[in-house]
Design a protein. Structure first.
Length: 318
């Protein structure tokens, strides 16, 4: 069997800890490195030294998704074909650490635990997001954050008793609205100028209930290696819309819920289009009515419509 260097990286804002193992038991390398470009180059240099020393070609690197702190390091490591990079859900590493009955939690022990996880479970490599989709995701997420901030400021204004405070809130609201307008114009221009984005957004808008903003979120948040290999079932799981059944021992036949272990932005953007189909006639209305006639509750039927809308959205993309 081909030997592999397994590297676990515990990432923080200013630095990251690296532990490397071959057999999953003995740590052959450990170091704390600064989380910046110089540190990234140092890590690659050390990995190449270990490859040469132990005569090993393949390196499998495992790290947790830690907000934005792991992104730059991950992007840098993906440039090297000899490195396999996996980014796992922190819930997975937490559960794995519990299974090992670890009594301590330090950056050093966490990095070794991630290396052991890579050895034991061989997680899937992360795919590099194309630059146009990466930029679209950044802008769409920022526009969503501006909407959230506007709603917060509107709530503050309703409960405001001081005139000066109200003036300040109005100024902030105007500033946020201007920023939102600028971001939306930037997104529209980017989609218009990019043939791939323009084609995919146009296709998504052919689905009943999907408008501009819904299409932006769906396209930017989908998780895929290539648009040709897009799996609707995988995207349903990615959005946390897959059913979750609870059966244990004599307790069976309980109400099935959705797992919610996924991208909540996709669920959020599909909620209103699915709700509209219950009041306005469209392609999904007959499906919703059929479920209601079979005894499903409104919430269950609406969730099923959300799932079907995502299936159809994946189907039209190409």
């Amino acid at each position: 069997m081909e030997k592999v260097l397994y590297a676990g990286i515990d990432v923080a804002k200013a630095k990251f800890d690296v532990s490397i193992t071959i057999d999953g038991e003995e740590r052959i390398y450990y170091e704390t490195i600064q989380n910046e470009k110089g540190g990234f180059k140092k890590l690659v240099k050390e990995l190449k030294k270990l490859q040469k020393k132990f005569k090993i070609k393949k390196v499998h690197i495992c790290m947790e998704a830690t907000g934005i702190y792991h992104c730059e390091l991950c992007e840098h490591l993906l440039k090297y074909s000899a490195l396999v990079v996996s980014v796992i859900n922190p819930a997975q590493s937490k559960a794995f650490a519990k299974s090992l009955l670890l009594r301590t939690k330090t950056d050093k022990s966490d990095s070794m635990m991630l290396a052991q996880y890579a050895k034991k479970h061989n997680p899937k490599p992360v795919s590099k997001l194309p630059e146009n989709l990466k930029k679209l995701r950044t802008l769409v997420r920022y526009e969503n954050s501006l909407v959230k901030s506007l709603n917060q400021e509107a709530g503050k204004k309703e409960n405001c008793l001081d005139e000066y405070e109200e003036e300040l809130i109005d100024e902030h609201i105007n500033f946020l609205r201007k920023q939102q307008k600028d971001v939306i114009e930037k997104i529209q221009t980017m989609i218009k100028d990019d043939e791939f984005l323009n084609r995919q957004i146009t296709l998504l808008k052919t689905v009943d209930g999907i408008g501009d903003k819904s299409a932006w979120v769906i396209l930017s948040e989908l998780k895929f290696d290539s648009i040709e290999n897009l799996s609707p079932k995988a995207q349903v799981c990615n959005a946390g819309l897959s059913p979750r059944k609870h059966d244990s021992g004599d307790v069976t036949g309980g109400r099935t819920s959705i797992c919610k272990m996924g991208n909540k932005l996709i669920r959020k953007v599909l909620f209103m289009p699915a709700l509209r189909c219950t009041k306005n006639e469209n392609h999904f209305t007959a499906f919703y009515n059929r479920l209601r006639n079979r005894g499903k509750s409104h919430k269950q039927a609406q969730t099923a419509v959300m799932r079907k809308m995502l299936y159809v959205s994946c189907g039209v993309l190409k």
